[in-house]
Design a binder for this molecule. Structure first.
Ligand SMILES: Cc1cc2nc3c(=O)[nH]c(=O)nc-3n(C[C@H](O)[C@H](O)[C@H](O)COP(=O)(O)OP(=O)(O)OC[C@H]3O[C@@H](n4cnc5c(N)ncnc54)[C@H](O)[C@@H]3O)c2cc1C
Ligand SMILES: *[C@@H]1O[C@H](CO)[C@@H](O)[C@H](O)[C@H]1NC(C)=O
Ligand SMILES: *[C@@H]1O[C@H](CO)[C@@H](O)[C@H](O)[C@H]1NC(C)=O
Ligand SMILES: *[C@@H]1O[C@H](CO)[C@@H](O)[C@H](O)[C@H]1NC(C)=O
Ligand SMILES: *[C@@H]1O[C@H](CO)[C@@H](O)[C@H](O)[C@H]1NC(C)=O
Length: 572
């Protein structure tokens, strides 16, 4: 009976009582082979132990479970994995880690394995995350693979020694995605940055996973025949395609071209045990089997390591202009936005900056152009040529006027377009500059991220703004056209807890409005509790089931997206 239950029963001393036995045999909980003892020897003893315990259990509880029933009740037949049914993962010891790294050095070369304090610090925290890693949450080694084969070899070794691995690339994620919650290895895939193919006729590119989105666009713009192509997704400066796939990143272009999910054709990835898989070949369209591409998008390095990708390339508009429209009230902005979409106007971007943000823009030396301190839409309108675009400009202008706009300004030249959009493009630096000078030299900024259905945008904004009045915190609002809102909240170190409370309430409010606690930044370590609030325990337990099916030893980016350890008491 236990031959199919390879990982077997809840282990250790906690298994010895009658209750836990009954619970355990009811659910047939696994004992993970993530013990410091590795390999078949341990597995053998685990099975032995399980058989023994089970026999003991039968004796103690004098339960005679018919074979058939017991099978039905065993864990592998359950559709979800609740946290309480798990044992804590057991990773390799310090000694195992050293042995593991020695083997990795032999296989990929000494120069690709680093542990200097500078490099360790660099990979501990990128500085963007409001909650900081605990002092012991540092990686021990950084490994820089150069190829899929390297990653596969590394994962085979890591799997043998049970060492946790955090995939790391551009390092621009915002929710503690890359924290080393367990002593282990960071796999920095940034050196895997080759552009392997650009298939102009298919409008796609084959890339190693560590290619930066800006580098790809620069490469395309410098090569004849490709200079009208680009990746439709733009996000944090410095982000790489693998990181963007792992967080389902969006950005300003997402209104038109969709998020990373709609811009990826297929993925080559290495699984936790070193197996190399490819989710598809290179077709745009497919109904062939499970959508493993979709499974890996947004998985935040918890299911596999992305090593190569096929991405779609978008054709740049033949002509594009920028309009900046200011409104008396933020509701007028959101109403206009909704009308643009309802009318089917294909805007390339529409970004909302509230009056506080515009005050900040006006304050900045970076921006030569001055605007009123009013809620504002920055709109990119593009198309085949000027004639077509002018038609859209007319429509956008008419809709804006019907929603009470104060000013409607649009660029007549490419330079003007750039100047007009400059304020939006540099919003982050403008805000940081303002915070430093006007709030406090140690003011920090908490960048939130939520999204709601478009029709709920206006009322959600109103509710959030009302709520924020309860706090003495400066904030500014930046929204994307796809009803994705960022509240950028300034806080001084003594206001951290207060800010955290506000951010939490904000996420709850968006969930009440049928929205999500993360529109594009992801969950990382920071939003696990909110994700559970949004989707419920069962949905999370289903995710956990998938995670454990693909990564049974819980080696890949442990503790991210949801809890994988019942002893993990952190409340975020
Ligand atoms: C100034 C600024 C602006 C931003 N603007 C936007 C924006 O407009 N839109 C947006 O969506 N985001 C934005 N972000 C957030 C960030 O840029 C994105 O989340 C981005 O997708 C992260 O990519 P990265 O390469 O930096 O990944 P990292 O931070 O290195 O990692 C992100 C996640 O991916 C995993 N990962 C990394 N490499 C791999 C791999 N090879 N295989 C599997 N998993 C891997 C990591 O474990 C982690 O969970 C912004 C960030 C900053 C700092
Ligand atoms: C990852 O490696 C690349 C290439 O060596 C480097 O540029 C980058 O800074 C590293 N990332 C971090 C967070 O250290
Ligand atoms: C699968 O998922 C990817 C990424 O989310 C998406 O682009 C694609 O449309 C989905 N469907 C198929 C059939 O591949
Ligand atoms: C990715 O983002 C898009 C749009 O933001 C969303 O529709 C899609 O469901 C997301 N996909 C995943 C796998 O999270
Ligand atoms: C913009 O800032 C300047 C000073 O930098 C100030 O004189 C002007 O009144 C501001 N405009 C608005 C609309 O606040």
């Amino acid at each position: 009976m236990f031959s199919r239950c390879r990982f077997v029963i809840k282990g250790g001393s906690r298994f010895s009582t009658k209750t836990s036995l009954t619970n355990a045999s009811r659910s047939g909980i696994r004992l993970f082979s993530t013990s410091p003892i590795s390999g078949p020897k341990f597995l053998g003893s685990a099975i032995g132990f399980a058989l023994l315990s089970f026999g003991l259990g039968l004796a103690v509880s004098s339960l005679v479970i018919p074979k058939q029933d017991a099978q039905v009740q065993t864990f592998p037949l359950a559709s979800t994995t609740p946290l309480e049914q798990l044992d804590s993962p057991r990773y390799g010891s310090e000694e195992d880690l050293e042995k593991c790294v020695d083997e990795i050095r032999r296989v990929v070369g000494d120069e690709l394995v680093k542990n200097t304090p500078v490099e360790i610090d660099y990979h501990t925290d990128n500085g963007f995350n409001p909650s900081k890693p605990l002092p012991h949450q540092k990686p021990r080694y950084i490994v820089y693979p150069l190829s899929t084969e390297d990653v596969s070899k590394i994962m085979k070794i890591v799997n043998q020694y049970n060492i946790p691995v955090v995939p790391y690339s551009g390092g621009t994620s915002l929710e503690g995605h890359t924290y080393s919650t367990r002593p282990g290895i960071v796999l920095n895939t940034s050196k895997m940055n080759k552009i392997l193919q650009v298939n102009v006729d298919d409008l796609d590119a084959v890339l190693q996973a560590g290619v930066g989105w800006q580098d790809l666009n620069e490469y395309l713009s410098k090569h004849e025949g490709m200079d009208n192509l680009m990746l439709g997704c733009d996000c944090g400066p410095g982000a790489h395609v693998c990181g963007m796939i792992s967080t389902n990143a969006s950005g300003i272009g997402a209104t038109r071209y969709g998020s990373m999910a709609s811009n990826v054709v297929s993925i080559k990835a290495v699984l936790a045990d070193g197996t190399v898989i490819k989710t598809k070949l290179r077709p745009r369209k497919s109904s062939a089997g499970y959508n493993l591409t979709g499974l890996l998008v947004g998985s935040e390095g918890t299911l596999a390591i992305v090593t190569e990708v096929v991405v779609k390339l978008q054709v740049k508009p033949g002509y594009e202009t920028v309009a900046v429209v200011q409104f008396p009230d933020v509701n007028d902005c959101t109403k206009s936005m909704a009308s643009f979409f309802k009318k089917g106007i294909p805007l390339n971007a529409v970004e909302l900056l509230d009056a506080d943000m515009m005050r900040c823009v006006n304050y900045s030396d970076l921006v030569s152009k001055k605007f009123e301190n009013l809620p504002t839409l920055f709109i990119k309108i593009g198309g085949l040529n000027k004639v077509i675009v002018d038609e859209y400009v007319k429509e956008v202008s008419a809709i804006s006027k019907s929603n009470n706009c104060n000013t409607f300004e649009f660029a007549r030249t490419a330079e003007e377009a750039e100047e007009l959009f400059f304020a939006r493009k540099n919003a982050l630096y403008i805000m940081l500059d303002y915070g430093f000078n006007e709030i406090s030299p140690d003011a920090k900024m908490w960048i939130t991220d939520c999204a709601v259905p478009l029709s709920r945008l206006a009322s959600t904004l109103e509710q959030l703004n009302d709520m924020m009045k309860e706090y003495p915190l400066h904030h500014m609002v930046l929204g994307h056209g796809d009803a994705n809102l960022h509240y950028d909240i300034f806080y001084t170190p003594d206001q951290l807890e207060m800010c955290k409370e506000a951010v939490d309430r904000m996420a709850k409010l968006t969930i009440e409005n049928e929205g999500t606690c993360s529109g594009e930044h992801g969950i990382g370590s920071g939003k696990r509790a909110l994700l559970e609030l949004e989707l419920g325990k069962d949905t999370i337990s289903m995710m956990r089931k998938l995670k454990l099916a693909l990564d049974p030893k819980r080696l890949l980016n442990p503790d991210k997206v949801f809890k994988i350890d019942p002893l993990d008491a952190s409340t975020e």
